[in-house]
Design a protein around this ligand. Structure first.
Ligand code: ZN
Length: 194
């Protein structure tokens, strides 16, 4: 894809780390690999990319920012269980802003309780919801930290304001652009269940 001059963000998909095989069941690696590939594809959609560029400009960040989509969940994420509504209960780390370089890592949600077990598919993973609720919020949150905002509560509050702006201005375009990715995810899930 081409980057125009006014592009302030570079989006990159990390490679799957060598240690993956030791820590995760093979099917879980496949699951996260596909999910992060689609998160990457979502981040380069016009709606999200335009929005991120605006946030970077709006916050007067001097350096261009690189967003790196990691292929496995953060080691600091924890899953305690799944509630009756099928939601994962635990702690999720969505991103990390590097202190000494203009780099932000984006992590997929940790989804399975036991990393080494064969993943069970009694729950459908709603990719649209994951991208909206976790990924976009995570990106905004870390960019705010990059702009110098340190207080965690303040960062969370401002994240919600930017997130609302995204929904107001870009949700329609987002929903159009994400359709092929949702189809791709659906086909992947169906193939995994078999
Ligand atoms: Zn934070």
């Amino acid at each position: 894809m081409k980057y125009s001059k006014c592009e302030r963000v570079r989006i990159r998909l990390a490679s799957i780390p060598n240690f993956a095989d030791k820590e995760y069941h093979h099917d879980q690696i496949k699951f996260y690999a596909k999910m992060t590939e689609l998160i990457y594809k979502a981040l380069i959609m016009n709606s999200i990319r335009s929005f991120i560029n605006e946030v970077i400009r709006c916050l007067n960040i001097k350096e261009d920012i690189e967003l790196r989509v990691m292929r496995l969940p953060s080691r600091r994420s924890r899953v305690i269980g799944i509630n009756e509504r099928g939601r994962i209960v635990g702690r999720q780390i969505y991103g990390r802003a590097w202190r000494n370089k203009p780099l932000i890592d984006i992590f997929p949600n940790l989804i399975f309780l036991d990393k080494l077990s064969c993943p069970s598919y009694n729950v459908r993973f709603r990719l649209r919801r994951i991208i909206l609720n976790s990924v976009i919020r995570g990106v905004i949150h870390e960019i705010l930290h990059k702009s110098g905002l340190k207080d965690e509560n303040e960062t969370k509050k401002v994240t919600e304001e930017y997130y609302e702006t995204f929904r107001k201005r870009y949700l329609k375009q987002f929903d159009k652009e994400i359709k092929p990715l949702l189809r791709e995810w659906y086909e992947f899930e169906v193939a995994m269940i078999r």
